[in-house]
Ligand binder design. Sequence first.
Ligand code: ADP
Ligand code: ZN
Length: 820
Amino acid sequence: MPYAEVAVNTPAPHRDSFTYAVPQGLTVVPGQAVYVPFGSRTLQGVVLEVTEVPRYPEAREIAGLIDARPVLLPHQPALARWLADFYLSPLYPAVALMLPPGFGQRPRTLVSPTDAAASPPGPLTPAQARVLQYLAGRERADLDALGRALRLPNAAAVVDQLARRGLVVREPVLGRPRAQPKLVQHVTLALDREAARARADALRSARRHTAAEALRLLLEEGPSLPAADVRRRTGATADALRRLAAEGAVRLEAVRVERDPLAHLAYTPRPGPELTAAQAEALEEVARAVGTAAVGGPAALVLHGVTGSGKTEVYLRALEHVADRGKRGIVLVPEIALTPQTVRRFLERFPGRVAVLHSGLSLGEAYDQWERIRDGAFTVVIGSRGALFAPQPDLGLVVLDEEHEWTYKQTDHQPRYHAREVAERLAALTGAALVLGSATPDVVTMHRARSGRYRLLSLPLRVRPAPGGGGAAAVEGGAMPRVEVVDLAQELREGNRSIFSRRLAAEVERALRRGRQAILFLNRRGSASFLLCRDCGHVPRCSGCEVALTYHGAEGVLRCHQCNRRRRVPAACPACGGRRIRYLGIGTQKVEEEAAKAFPGARLLRWDRDSTRVRGAHERILERFLAHEADILIGTQMVAKGLDMPSVAVVGVVCADIALHLPDFRSGERAFQLLTQVAGRAGRGAEEGTVIIQTYAPEHYAVQAAARHDYEAFYQAEIALRRQVGYPPYGRLARLVYADVNPGRAAAEAKRLARVLRTERDVQGLDGPDVVGPAPAFVARVRGRYRWQILLKGGDPRALLAAVDLPQGWVVDVDPVSLL
Ligand code: ADP
Ligand code: ZN
């Protein structure tokens, strides 16, 4: 008798699967969704493995299949197991990433009458009789629908009685309550053209003008059109259409429409350009990697190239290559980059063969896409991080574009996975090639490339159209924008108290005079919270953790939010003795106010989270700016999308220090990525653009490297720092966060657990990890709950965490991307 290991959708989280016996007569394969008894209930689960020997001897039997067709692809059970193990996550949420949208929302029960129901032996209760009557003449009915139709609140119990008497059978089915096929009412001409024309004339004589118009429209553009369109365009009312239908001139019918999120995207299929030499070389390496990740080839290819160096073109070619071999691809882009422009570029190369998956889809759209993906309808699935789990068969290529982006890490719920790590696993399991593209690869990625785990491919220069244009091949070497760094301390010394340096103000004014546009960029919304010496730019840091100390004005202290070390606020700068050491706070609103004063008459547009809460607001703001309805755009990192525009002559980074001094060891890297993105995008048009970075730390390695477009210099400085303090890639991190409405309880529990962890580590004689903290989290209060954190640094945190009991309320994040 075979057994099945089942990931069960239990209310309480479980890290492991449960063993069930496969009942006689049922064939079960891995990946199938099943119903299983669990305690006194029946729950949904997914079969991960089928075995001959039970892992647990007293296994109960599987209750039934939800669907015979597996919901998982063959490699996905192993991927789910890996996710749960690597990220210390419960198993079912890991499996759930791969299930069809809307799955498991509500199991449904179908009820059908048996042959015996026609002449039931023995008496029936009135309720039983009504149910059987309802079922007579129906093949099957949904239990909920039956209950509603008969106004029978205890329908389930009545059906249960009938089932025990052998009069009905019940069948649990895959619930699709919120994802239903979409139906739209259409009006269809029911007369031949001549008769329709004659009828329209008759209607006009009878003064039924809108009805006549409706017929004319159907004659011209029909014969079948959505009823809503006909009403809108002719003024005919719903009643008028119904009357036409009653007279036999038209038919009204419901038509199923495919919810295709790309239906409204216009594009023209076009072939790609001839590749440059560097692109061709990169493509060859990618082609060679297809199928080798599983057999000791490089786990990933890092495609390092500045924006505009032709990376996307390489992805497109590599997709053509795998498609020629009957395989398919998944391309991840950061959610913010999932714009119609990006999707259109893929559609132009693969007309009709592109699927999109992202959080903006309706459940119905997502469901329809998921099903068609599983049927192999698309060459490429493009989406945000979750698209990695799309049921794309015959996977040959996985691409992470902008692989350094933090949105590739899921941070708000389990499993807290990083798409890069999962993609590496996925490639190893399927033999797909993995390409990690970026202008500023994560230092961990680059370190892996240099130590042989990944392979490095470079596109060192921008693609420039061939001189003379025409059909000639493009060459490399397009210009990078000019970047200037302005020292804010110097500005202050020379008497400029405005938040705009004289250089920035002059460039903005020049742009406005020439009818061009400007962007003012702030790395972060809201105010920063560190002390900064306005004379020399010094920022106090923790001597143990190398992160900026956070200013707590009320207590008059500086605090390290990793190890909880505290220091009194100094009266003078410890570096230069200057007395103008104070905390820095600038928000987009403040920049807007100051810009209104500095550039009177200029039309301002603010773009931050406050102004874009409404869905679609992003696009509208960008469109307005594109249409030149504003002269100056002010915003946080979101404006990076708008930097591409040829009409933008100047981009000003108002205060780079806000990013440089976040209390997180990745702040230098984050600042470098942002500044490079800003510096690399501006002025991609015909006219060169100018970028001005304002900062109190003009010599900071991240600022200097970004200004010179010098990744290598940044990497060397950053990796040296990481090695010195033991941060990734030199040590792993896990972050434990505890939240409680009571601040005292939060602190006490954090201290207790830190003590337990230290003791347990020493008792077990483990070599690591270091237990850092506890300390109040940088964002100390979220939705009324006080947050404390503990960091585990260096060594594998799993053995230690497996040995202690984490009470409810603790959240574990393995390999966190942010410690804020
Ligand atoms: P990236 O993805 O690195 O930003 P893209 O692939 O978008 O770079 O290329 C930048 C621009 O150069 C695009 O407009 C693209 O169409 C064009 N381009 C890329 N490769 C070539 C090529 N071999 N010949 C001509 N134009 C190219
Ligand atoms: Zn510290």
